[in-house]
Design a protein around this ligand. Structure first.
Ligand code: SF4
Length: 336
């Protein structure tokens, strides 16, 4: 096992030099080099690298990555994110084809796409999103999950991404509204809810998903209010993970929540009616995203099935989620 980088943190009164014991990640496995070579060869960006994701050794070893399109420079100064900000790059017309080729070489059946925020473009990059989703599907036949920026609330831009018919539309809330000015400057909480609402209105059967980082100073009551707001716009899936400070220049961690607390908060969210909740220290929006989506389908199947929990194929699919992944099963209690 490897430890994550150790950064001096102050938790309450006492300085904490080491990360909690539960924040350990597996050593790299052979597949990691293959993933790395594919990405380098095709000159692609991944949020795995740009955001210094702690799951990179695990995901890349399993030949899974989340492609970040529209450049590696962001127009927003979010306090939690290590993607570089500044002067943006020109969109590369062949990027959709290169992403599709990478997905093909990696053998991906479920592709997660994200992008930097491109407030400098009139459509926020929506057409580029459309072309990338379409290219990936045409070349690989894979399911595609999009994790988009808010497009400054531009409804036409959001509609264009919906028109690409992604299998899941994900847009992160990131944190509670009280902390937006510090964590997610230039974003707007209501705008995020509006985006998810628009997806529901324009594509009633397209699953929607959102996620928050915990440990930034939010309270449980604030979290529950956000969960309720997300359910009010009929958000289907929720991810909850521990915020980790990517560099000393980024926002400090206010608190490391133990896994049991993630379980508890996830359970509270589940009771509000999300079709699927993933909650754990290492959960990220794209972590085991395919399993999360497929498990959601299983849970719905079970709840709709007259024989329900006796269906062995559904149970098998539900059990494919790896232990410790933080996925909470939304199955009838007696079925687990
Ligand atoms: S969790 Fe997502 S961002 Fe992190 S390494 Fe895995 S695929 Fe990449």
């Amino acid at each position: 096992m490897t430890s994550l980088p150790i950064i001096d943190q102050t938790v309450g009164e006492a300085p904490q030099r080491r990360l909690p014991r539960w924040l350990k990640r597996p050593m790299p496995q052979p597949g990691m080099a293959y993933t790395s070579n594919v990405i380098e060869d095709l000159r692609l960006e991944t949020v795995c690298e740009s955001a210094k994701c702690p799951n990179r050794t695990e995901c890349w070893s399993q030949q899974t990555a989340t492609f970040m399109i529209a450049g590696n420079v962001c127009t927003r100064p979010c306090g939690f994110c290590s993607v570089p900000r500044g002067k943006t790059e020109r969109l590369e017309a062949d990027e959709p084809a290169r992403v599709a080729e990478a997905a093909r070489r990696l053998g991906l059946k479920y592709v997660v796409l994200t992008s930097v925020t491109r407030d400098d473009l009139p459509d926020g990059g929506a057409e580029h999103w459309f072309r990338t989703v379409t290219a990936v599907r045409e070349v690989t036949g894979a399911e595609v999950e999009v994790l988009t920026p808010d497009f400054l609330g531009n409804r036409n831009a959001i509609s264009r991404v919906i028109e690409a018919r992604p299998d899941v539309f994900n847009h992160n809330t990131e944190t509670v509204p009280r902390l937006y000015h510090r964590v997610r400057r230039n974003a707007d909480y209501q705008r995020t809810l509006n985006l998810l609402k628009q997806v529901r209105e324009e594509a009633p059967h397209m699953p929607t998903k959102s996620g928050l980082m915990l440990g930034l100073g939010e309270t449980l009551d604030e979290l529950l209010e956000v969960f309720a707001d997300l359910r009010a716009v009929d958000c289907d899936m929720l991810t909850l993970g521990q915020y980790l400070q990517p560099t000393p220049d980024h926002l400090p961690v206010e608190r490391y929540l133990p896994p049991e607390e993630f379980d508890h908060i996830g359970e509270l969210a589940r009771r509000l009616g999300f079709r699927m909740v993933a909650s754990g220290p290492f959960v990220r929006s794209s972590y085991h995203a395919g399993e999360m989506t497929h498990q959601m389908d299983v849970s719905v199947f079970l709840s709709n099935s007259p024989t329900g929990m006796n269906d062995s194929s559904a149970k098998n699919a539900a059990s494919q989620v790896s232990p410790g992944s933080g996925l909470l099963q939304i199955l009838p209690d007696s079925a687990t």
